[in-house]
Design a protein around this ligand. Sequence first.
Ligand code: DGL
Length: 256
Amino acid sequence: MENRIDLPIAVIDSGVGGISVLRELIKMMPEERFLYFGDSKNAPYGTKSRAEVLEITRNNLTALQKRGIKALVVACNTATSAAVRILREENPKLPIVGIEPAVKPASELCESPRVLVMATPLTLKEEKFKNLVDRFAHKGEFIPLPCPGLADLIEKGDVEGEEIEAYLKNLFAPYFDQHIDGIVLGCTHYPHIREIIDRVWCGKVAILDGGEGTAREARRRIVAADLLRHGEGEVEIVNTSSDEKMIEISKKLLYR
Ligand code: DGL
């Protein structure tokens, strides 16, 4: 049996979104082995019910545990709100780290910031998001902006495409003439299109995501569990879709 410390850290998402978190994890822990599990077959999660996302995430974790993993990073805001609390209860020995929209750092942007929070419809509907905003409501205004269909466009891999630019212009149209200080990318797919978001806002707003904070928290948990590895880092990417292009797209997004 392989030494536990040498087992991979699993990083899961509904597809290629969590690659934006994997990039931060590799920077933070370059000597780890990472197993990236993109569930494109079941994407998108964000327009499913909480029960469906919980069931899918639980099944994916069971499959990963059969392969052998030492920790789990749920690199998906939607699956984090729907499943992480329950998965932690069900797997008390496994370090499980989730991600949440970067509302806290956004609350510190300036005095009383006005912030748009882009995320999937399910993330924004969940109790977890409401509690998060309630905690920081005294520091600023956080306007939820559901983005149904946006993760699907990003899954196609054309992250510079006109289709995405048109989607974003339409999404932000009611806000262009308002005072906005920041935009939170509350879905791990969206950092892949950060440049277009910046462009459509002419570089005038701060753009924040939770990737780096999640990677920092993952490292802290791995160190606390005495599981930090020393050796040559490694990344394996698997995807549940039968479309081989998904691996290619994942690699393109990871190494661009
Ligand atoms: N990447 C996911 C998130 O962070 C969800 C995308 C989706 O499958 O709808 O919320």
